[in-house]
Design a binder for this molecule. Sequence first.
Ligand code: ADP
Ligand code: MG
Length: 605
Amino acid sequence: MIKETRAFQAETKELLNLMIHSIYTHKEIFLRELISNASDAIDKLKFKSLTDTNILSADEELKIELKADKDKKTFIIKDNGIGMTFDEVSENIGTIAKSGSKAFMKNLEEAKKTGDLNIIGQFGVGFYSAFMVADKIILETKSPYSDKGVRWTSTGDGSYDIEEIVLENRGTTITLELKDTEEDLEFTEDYKIKSLVKKYSDYVKYPIYLGDERINSTKPIWKMDKNEIKEEDYQEFYKSTFHDWENPLMHFNFKVQGNLEYSALIYIPKNPPYDLYTREYKRGLQLYTKNVFIMDQCEELIPQYFNFMKGLVDTDNLSLNISREILQKTSELKTISKNLERKIISELEKLQKEDRKLYTEFWTLYGKHIKFGIQESFGMNKDKLKNLLMFKSSFADEYITLKEYIERMPEEQKEIYYAPGENIELTKSLPKVKTALDKGIEILFLTENIDEFALKTLMDYEGKQFKSVNDADLESEEQKEESKKIQEENKSLLEKMQSFLGDKIAEIKLNNGLGENSVALSSKGEVSLEMEKVLSQMPGNEGIKAEKVLEINPNHPLFKRLQSGTEEEVNTLTEILFNEGLLMEGFSIENPVEFIKKVNAFLSK
Ligand code: ADP
Ligand code: MG
C-alpha cells in the first residue's frame, strides 16, 4: 500500500494560509461547501450508474450524513457518492488546479485590491474552507472503480499525507477536528447544524441526516407541482425566507423546460419592503443552482422596475463556484432574466383581465414602478410594459387600461385625453377639463407626478396620441370663427397685456369655450404646467418653465372692464387674471403680499 507525505503547491499554501489566518467572517459556509461537494458526488454517481448499472443497487438510499461529537470535538460529513481513487484524490484535493478554489483565488486577487474580504460569502470557496474551522482534516474515500480506499490527512500547514487503506463502502467521509474555540465548537451543536442546513442547503436534492433525523426539506417548494402544494405552504415559505410578517399579495411559480431550464418562485409583497424607497435598498432574487443556495439578491435576475418583487431562481445551468463579477457576464443569467421578465409581465396581464380587484391592489401599491419603468432609459422598455398601465377615468370611478379607453372612444375622436392633477375633484373643476367633461369626452386623470412623463415617453398607444385637455382644441368651428374675429378686434389690447406680462407667458389669446370662467392657463411646447411643477422641484432644474398660454374668456364681465380700462387698470386686471390662472393650476404666485395690496386697492375704488 502506498503511503506518502507531499508538500502543497505554493498556490495552495497561499490559499490555506488565508483560510486559516485571515478569513473569519464567513466560517459557517464551510458546511455549505462540504454538503455541495457531497451532493455533486452523488450526482456524479447517479450519472455514471445510468451506463454502469453495477455501481448502484436499486434499493440503496443516496444520502448525506452529518455527525458531531462534542467530546472528541469533531464534525463528520459522509456521503455515498462517487468517491475518489488515489489519483483522483491527489489531483482534486492536493492541488487547486481544479475546483472552486481556483476561481476563488482569482477573485481573491480582486478582493485584495479592494480590501473587501466579505465577498467570500458570495461564491464557492471549495473544500479548503473546512480549514477555517478545523485544525486537522481527515478525508477517507473509495471509488467504485478501485478496490482500495484512500486516506488524505492534513493540518493545513504546508503538507499532507496520502495513503491507501482498506475501505468497505463506496463514498467519502470527511472528519474535521475542530479548532478548540467556543465559536468553532458551536458546529457540534445540533441546533447550529440544523439552522445552517436550513439556511444554505435546505433544498439540496438528497436527504441530509443528522443522526436519524432528516433535516433538509424533502423537495423544494418551487419544484413541486401546483396541486401538490397548498397556498399556505407558499405563504409560510415566503414569510420565513423573505422575513415578512404578512402574507404576500400574490405569487407566481414558473417551471421552464427545454433549452433553457429553470424554476422560479416570485412573490409580490403586500407590504412594500420597508426600505424600498431608500438608497440602501437592494433588489434581487435568490439564486440557486442544482438546489444549492448561491446568493441572495442577485440583481441581474430582475429589472429595476420589478425591484419590489421577492423570490428565487433555481437553475442547473450554472456552476456553484461563481462570483458576482462572473455572474454579471454569464449569458445564461441574462437569458433567464429576460425570459422571467416576460413571464411575469404576461402573468400580470392575465391577472389584469381575470382578477381586476387584485390587480388594482397591485397597481395601487406598485403602479408607480411600472410607470418609471416606461419612462426610464429613454423608453427602452415601454412596449413591454404599456399594457400594464391603468389610470382613473372620468367615465368610471376606477382604474381603466389604455386598451379599454380606446375601445370605447368615439370614431371621430383622434386622441387619448388626459388631465394631470393630484386631486381628481379639483381637476374636474378646471375650466378646460370641465368643458371637455361637458362635451362627454372621457378623460384619464393623471394623479401621480410620474404619470405625464410616462405618457410622454410612450408617445402613443396603438396609434392614438396622448393629449392633455389643457392643450386640446375643444372649441366648435363656430366658436373658433368667433374667437378669431374678436381676437382680431382686440389685437392692441392683447398686445398691451402681453407686453405687461413679458416673458411670464408665451402667448395670450381669447377663448370662447371657457363657460363661466374668466381665464384658463395652458401651455404649449414640450413642458406642460404639471411637468414644470415636478421638474422644477429637482435640484439643478429650478429654471425649467412651461411656455404658458393665458386664455381669456371674452364673454366674462371682467373682459368688458379690460376693454374700457385705463392703462393702469388694464395692467392690474392683467396681473389679477394671470395670477388667477396660476392659482387654479396649483402654482404659487410671485409676491402674494404685494398682489393682495393691489387687489384690495382695486376693489376699494
Ligand atoms: P469544486 O467543488 O468546485 O470542484 P472543491 O474544492 O469543493 O471544488 O472540491 C474539489 C474537488 O474535490 C471536487 O471537484 C471533487 O472532484 C473532489 N471532491 C470534493 N469532495 C468530494 C466528495 N465528497 N466526493 C467526491 N469528490 C469530492
Ligand atoms: Mg465544491
